[in-house]
Ligand binder design. Structure first.
Ligand code: ZN
Length: 352
């Protein structure tokens, strides 16, 4: 799954990334000019974008601070033009914690707007044509826009958290995603007749909602599944000391898609059939398999739940998982196998 982001920097150990749609905004501003869309007359486009970027970042950081306080773990923040998405390894799923976390972002923007008003209104007049007024309007807009009850906006999370207090997490997520989609389609239709910006925002909300739904579905399906139930058991064991050309011969007569390099009955790495052409191209045939195998893995017990595996792969922390029964390795899980199993389970058991 490609994320379409550009890594920027790290803050409090959280990776900050810029989504490429941010440049779409630069392009739109370049064409239309800031004045015409009425966001801030006279404010230079580039300065406007930098300021929006900073306030979106502050907005996201406040989400993260609350999330961390309630036991969440934040990997990265992706900045979209109208808001950011904090990628969390662990999201607080207690409704009240999620509610506080979701509110924190818009609350920060409203607080900044409030402070600007209190500090500057008596002297320069907020709402007039000056720089501070633009900052005020930007924060008010960000706060309000993010309160739209549509996933992945904070309003969608707030809606889910409120519903989840009584109706449970999964039902509430489904409802919140549906409401968000309806709202996004509404915005797109209105956008066609009223303002192209609404169309653009509608598309953004719709795509964000779809990604959220996909992620939710996968996690929902995998939450009751044990590693031993879905691991790929058809793999071929190879010793670490054989050269690549010997592996090619083994691959010719084997039907396995994966070859596990074992040393003293413990896995040390993995080679996949689909990578063989690339490996042959890049390496001398005499190179040992132990030198080129993929060692980026974790070992789990067969009775482990698969819920978090997808996040591990998505965040590129690991590229495969060795599954054990007792102290014997019985299978492996890798991103494609996990996705295929999820699709099969989805068609068998769950309907959305
Ligand atoms: Zn937010």
């Amino acid at each position: 799954m490609k994320k379409w982001t550009i890594p920027l920097f790290k803050i409090f150990g959280i990776r900050v990334e810029l989504h490429i749609t941010f440049f779409l905004i630069v392009l739109l501003f370049g064409i239309s000019g800031v004045e015409e869309i009425g966001v801030g007359r006279g404010l230079p486009g580039v300065l406007f974008i930098i300021v929006v970027f900073l306030f979106v970042l502050l907005h996201e950081i406040s989400h993260c601070v609350v999330a961390i306080k309630y036991g969440g773990k934040v990997k990265s923040i992706i900045l979209f033009p109208f808001g950011g998405v904090a990628q969390m390894e662990r999201i607080p799923t207690i409704p009240l914690s999620e509610l506080k976390m979701a509110i924190a972002g818009p609350a920060t923007n409203f607080a900044i707007a409030g402070i600007l008003y209190l500090l500057f209104h008596p002297f320069i007049g907020i709402g007039k044509n000056n720089f501070i007024s633009y900052l005020f309007i930007i924060n008010l807009t960000l706060g309000t826009f993010n309160l739209l009850p549509a996933f992945p906006m904070d309003g969608g999370r707030i809606l889910r958290a409120i519903l989840a207090i009584r109706k449970g997490y999964y039902f509430s997520t489904k409802v919140a995603i549906k409401v968000g989609k309806i709202l996004a389609v509404g915005m797109m239709v209105c956008g066609l007749f009223i303002n192209p910006w609404l169309l653009f925002i509608g598309i953004f909300v719709f795509i964000g909602g779809m990604a959220e739904e996909e992620f939710f579905k996968i996690n929902f399906i995998l939450k009751d599944v044990f590693a031993e139930e879905i691991c790929v058991r058809d793999f071929r064991i190879i010793p670490p000391s054989i050269p690549i050309y010997e592996l090619i011969e083994i691959a010719k007569e084997s039907s396995s898609e994966v070859f596990v390099v074992m040393e003293f009955e413990k896995p040390v790495g993995l080679i996949r059939r689909k990578d063989l052409p690339y490996i042959i191209q890049k390496n001398m045939p005499q190179i040992m398999v132990s030198e080129i195998c993929d060692r980026n893995f974790i070992s789990v017990d067969g009775k482990s739940k698969c819920e978090e595996f997808f996040s591990y792969f998505l965040n590129k922390e690991i590229s495969w998982i060795a599954v054990y029964e007792g102290n014997r390795m019985v299978g492996i899980i890798y991103p494609e196998s996990l996705l295929i199993t999820t699709k099969i389970l989805e068609s068998l058991k769950y309907r959305f």
